[in-house]
Write a protein that binds this ligand. Structure first.
Ligand code: ZN
Ligand code: ZN
Length: 386
């Protein structure tokens, strides 16, 4: 995934992490392939069996341990290209875990007994076990305590990428709903979703839920051979990545097949409730409010409409370099929204075997309220599909 942020952004993030490590009393942060590495260096390495490991000590210079054959690719990452980061390459017959340990050794206190090492959430268990054997006596914790809050607060340049991704997702759903749908399989429409996501500006497509008729009641439905018919709902929940940042949008429409087979009473009722719940959630966004209170605000609309038991998931999830990341809008989450939080608001109602409706937008928490990134129409729409 091509980073579209400048080198200075990454240098600033590295500096902030090192300061946070010192403040926290941790010895070093170790990031394997994954969103932490991407956030710190703009390096979206391929996570295979060879160890890539960014070692960020609280004191001393960061080093990227990288297989020699991947070093040219690593050097192109904006966080590496600036030259502020040393590469330590290993050959096929070397032991990369011993190399990582020697990098940590370069400053003695980091391997002092009980030194706290913070590892990225997605570091492979097999890598972690080898590192633990190579650095005995250290204490191991997850890095999200330090990096998580930093990744949550999106900068203006990150919001710009999220906005561009959201706009591309908007165009993808509106374009699809304007085209032929009736008689096509969900899998065929999903193929068009992937093509359109890229054609509209994403670097890649990430997911493509296409659910027709009763399949709309399965929130994470896998598109299959079922053909879309006139006189039933169609739900799209799709997203891709643009400059590393994710889009995620859901719209549910009624396919009337051009014959005016309009939505029935049940679907109208469900769609109306979800639309009102989603609008209530968007309007309620304020910095300082508890995450669970935003969930409650939207959920109360669906509860009042008699469908509490059919809203079977949290209201939303954070989004950034990952399509699901902190913060999570869910009952029990008492920490608060902060300006720069980017997250989905996606209430749904699911009547198993019959209908489901979900409407989802990405929203950024501003100083006074929510900045809604998606603009595709949300209202009850009957599309021809012919
Ligand atoms: Zn979604
Ligand atoms: Zn989502």
């Amino acid at each position: 995934m091509t980073s579209r942020l400048p080198s200075e952004t990454y240098a600033g993030r590295l500096a902030s992490v090192r300061e946070a490590l010192r403040h926290d009393g941790a010895a070093a942060l170790l990031a394997g392939v994954g969103p932490e590495l991407e956030w710190l260096l703009g390096y979206a390495a391929t996570g295979l069996e060879r160890l890539n490991l960014l070692v960020v000590p609280a004191v001393g210079d960061p080093v990227l341990v990288v297989p020699r054959l991947e070093a040219p690719a690593a050097r192109e990452a904006p966080g590496v290209a600036s030259g502020t980061l040393a590469l330590s390459t290993w050959d096929e017959t070397d032991d990369p875990f011993a190399l990582a340990a020697s990098v940590l050794d370069a400053a003695g206190p980091r391997r002092a007994p009980g030194a706290r090492l913070l590892v990225s959430d997605g570091l492979r268990a097999a890598f972690l076990l080898r590192l633990q054997a190579a650095v005995p006596g250290a204490g191991w914790e997850t890095a999200s305590s330090v990096v998580g809050p930093m990744r949550r607060a999106k900068s203006a340049e990150e919001v710009a990428l999220l906005r561009a991704a959201a706009a591309a997702a908007d165009r993808t759903v509106t374009g699809l709903f304007a085209g032929r749908l009736v008689g096509r399989s969900e899998a065929d429409i999903a193929r068009e979703v992937r093509e359109r996501l890229v054609a509209e500006g994403h670097d890649s497509a990430s997911f493509w839920i296409v659910a027709s008729g009763p399949n709309t009641a399965s929130p994470h439905h896998e598109p299959g051979s079922r053909e879309v018919r006139a006189g039933e709902p169609l739900l799209l929940d799709i997203g891709g990545r643009l400059g590393g940042y994710c889009s995620d949008i859901t719209r549910t429409v009624w396919v009337d097949g051009g014959d005016g087979v309009g939505p029935d009473e049940t679907f109208r009722h469900l769609h109306g409730l979800v639309e009102e719940a989603q609008a209530t959630g968007r309007a309620a966004v304020r910095p300082g409010m508890a995450l669970q209170d935003l969930d409650r605000a939207a959920r109360s609309v669906i509860e009042a409409g008699g469908h509490a038991a059919h809203f079977i998931h949290r209201l939303g999830h954070g989004i950034g370099l990952e399509v699901h990341e902190e913060p999570y809008l869910v009952e029990g989450a008492s920490d608060v929204l902060v300006p720069g939080d980017a997250f989905s608001i996606e209430p749904g109602i699911y009547l198993e075997g019959r209908y489901g409706v979900r409407i989802e937008d990405i929203v950024v928490c501003g100083d006074h309220g929510g900045d809604v990134l998606n603009q595709a129409p949300r209202g009850l729409a009957a599309v021809s599909g012919r």
